[in-house]
Design a binder for this molecule. Sequence first.
Ligand code: 5RP
Length: 229
Amino acid sequence: MDVEALKKEAGEAACAYVRSGMNVGLGTGSTVKYTILELGRLVREEGLNIVGVPTSIATKTLATEVGIPLADLDDLSGLDVVIDGTDEFDPSFQLIKGGGAALLREKVVAQASKRMVVVADERKRVNVLGAFPLPIEVTPFSHNTTRRNIESVLGCKVVMREESGVLLQTDNGNHIADAHTGASITDPEKTETALLALAGVVQVGLFNNMCDVVVLASSTGVKILEKNV
Ligand code: 5RP
């Protein structure tokens, strides 16, 4: 099965976690895109009554196009569920996110949600986090100083992410520093705390103790992995 088909399977299967009346966080990326497309269809064709909160400008555009009613998180009393993709998840359901540079809004929305459902394919499952470079959102001000400080904290190379030859700018006007730790993040909570102590760091792409369910597509079908509590 090709990767796109797996993404579609996982993305659509996650719609089972959404019911009429829910406030739903809408993640960002090429897997959750299929969730958003299917939710849009359910709204338009089957009377699903939800309010979505997008985690990026791209997701806001897509959700608007497919007809999902949207609201600002500030205007709601919380979210029932957020569905989002991931770059990696480990056996404890700790995540690396931010491959799509939306980690800050994704984390704000995830923290406001009662439940986090992650959509993924087998390539995202790892034993130890870090083969995927860890995205860290940093302020434009003195970003190279912050980058060097991150290198000192993590002991690895950190590269400012570029897009079309210029520094990538996030939806929040910040930049992304990608930390090439290798698969070595054995204590993601400690790593997150150490990075957040740096003044120029806005947010870290480690999503610790947030994910409740992984909807995992593989060549043998979709599996629902629930966090052991
Ligand atoms: C965006 C993210 C994405 O959820 C993550 O990069 C996974 O994306 P995809 O489903 O395209 O692989 O964290 O910031």
